[in-house]
Design a protein around this ligand. Structure first.
Ligand code: COA
Length: 161
């Protein structure tokens, strides 16, 4: 069993699809580090600190999960944490091409391997953006995001109104 696997993402906010991957990955490795990317290119709704704290609250029932944040290249972060394995979820075939490109680049850059886990079909239509859009227009996001993410989304969107 590998010691550490890094599960990276923007998590703006974390969804139940992410949580499902984290939970399942935690059964295969000693420690899963959920690494929240600064990712200014996505202009996130939540600040880095907010995203980290929502993830922390959401993963708290899973014992062998740690939450951290990073800037810059994922492989540099992996090296700093002595991690040689990245976990990514695949929701559909359309995810595959881009994910494979990133995985191959990470392998070439630093010999960091990627373990792909297929998304639970109940969540394969989910993305953080679609959740934000539904919430912004008043639709129900029940069952799609952890309770803390739903609470913080409501707070943030009410504050915008
Ligand atoms: N369930 C639900 N949603 C999921 C999901 C799952 N299992 N897996 C992915 N998603 C969603 C994400 O929420 C995200 O939604 P959004 O676009 O609406 O925000 C979307 O699918 C894309 O996810 P992902 O491909 O994981 O992108 P990301 O933006 O969350 O994270 C990084 C991308 C941070 C992992 C990547 O850009 C990175 O490694 N950056 C560091 C810089 C670097 O090293 N670059 C070179 C790589 S070779």
């Amino acid at each position: 069993m590998p010691d550490i696997a890094v599960y990276p993402g923007t998590f703006d906010p974390i969804t139940n699809g992410h949580l499902d991957i984290i939970d399942r990955a935690s059964k295969h490795v000693a420690t899963v580090i959920v690494a929240v990317s600064q990712n200014p290119s996505k202009a996130p709704l939540f600040s880095l600190e907010e995203r980290v704290s929502i993830v922390e609250e959401s993963v708290s029932p899973i014992k062998n999960v740690e939450v951290d944040s990073f800037e810059g290249l994922l492989v540099d972060y992996c090296m700093r944490r002595s991690a040689r394995l990245v976990v990514k979820g695949l929701r559909a075939v359309s995810d595959f091409e881009y994910e494979m490109q990133m995985a191959q680049m990470n392998l070439r850059l630093a010999d960091v391997d990627t373990l792909f886990m297929v998304a639970n079909p109940s969540f394969s239509f989910l993305s953080s953006s679609i959740v934000k859009e539904v919430a912004r227009f008043g639709g129900s996001i029940e069952g799609l995001v952890p309770a803390e993410a739903a609470r913080r989304l409501k707070e943030k969107l009410d504050g915008e109104a």
